[in-house]
Design a protein around this ligand. Sequence first.
Ligand code: URA
Length: 439
Amino acid sequence: MRMVDLIVKKRAGEALTREEIQWFIERFSTGNMPDYQVSALMMAIYFQKMTMDETVALVEAMIESGDQIDLSGLPGKKVDKHSTGGVGDKTTLILIPMVAACGAPVAKLSGRGLGHTGGTLDKLESFEGFRVELTLEEIIENVQQYGLAIGSQTQNLVPADKKLYALRDVTGTVENVSLIAGSIMSKKVASGAEGIVLDVKCGSGAFMKTLEAAKELGQKMVDIGTRMGRETVAIVSDMEQPLGNTVGNALEVKEALDSLRGNGPADLMELCYALGEQMLILSGLAANTSDARRQLEAVIANGKALAKMRDLVAAQGGDPVWVDHPEHLPSASHSIELTAPSGGFVQDLAAQVVGESSMLLGAGRETKSSTIDLGAGIVLHKKRGDAVQAGESLAILYANAPEKLVEAAARLGEAYSISPEALQGEFPLIHARITSSKQ
Ligand code: URA
């Protein structure tokens, strides 16, 4: 086989065979295929697209490049969750303890993430001593003992995707729906769960800006999961404005703890319930959404979800007392208030711009080596649709580096648009639920 023939074939719009895909991924991941040829093939795929057969062959070949996690030793049906990422998205911190408290074992592998705030792992490291670098044996042991574990993706989980994604990132070939879906699903399938619930974000603060694009990505991922023998469901949720009222690592942990105590903001809880319902149904613990909802509400009301959070923190090296005393979590020494320049109603609170402001405060990572200020971030007092008077507080910004506050507040001011008329129209948080196109 010659790589140039595969490039020419794809450039002409023909489908590659499973053998051809396996051949080039195997060579690429072992360092035996030059980047320039793989880049050329990615560009041909970008324009000519891939069939579902090609996409599944790519996912299988990438998975074979590294380790796969075997969760079969754990009791019950294991269900995982993945979010395509958004501003203020702290659902994992609430959802995993909730679902585990209902009896579904969860072994969750998360990332750190570049961007507006850290990823789930950074947020959890707000608990001093919290260990995310767990061995596979530790993950399994913790799930057996406590019903949940959240760790980092091991170095050798789908290494071909790591290499390919890095190459796509610098060759303008990230934005192909089959490549994105294949990349995400290769990691989910290799992580070993039998059921997968996907939260596909849609809007200004998301990777997918339009509902149409988010639905297309959701459908592709669900179909890949189904083809690979995993029951997969996707929820398409809104990311025009941030989720909940906080953006920033420790601030988001505090909001998650409030939520586990039953005091979560309505939008955040709606999404946690919607995702939790699907997880309980896939795990076989609930017959339908109303049964699942009843179980999830019960573990919030009776404190079992919060108790699972204490278990998680203690099992991974943190002090569980902090769950009940969030004042110990990292905080910021400086703050500034953003007030409304005029009265009226908030028409828009652009998630992307809120994210940029939080990045300016030091809550996110610009490059892989940047350090995060865990105490930095934003508490939003007004969101889309809220009435506001001139001079009233819109938000408070926190940072440990006071020189960052003024620029970040100016940027946050650009995220708000306020006008005298009340906001018209409907703004659903959940746009769609996507199941396999074969059903
Ligand atoms: N996230 C991934 O993991 N892969 C992509 O290709 C895009 C986003």
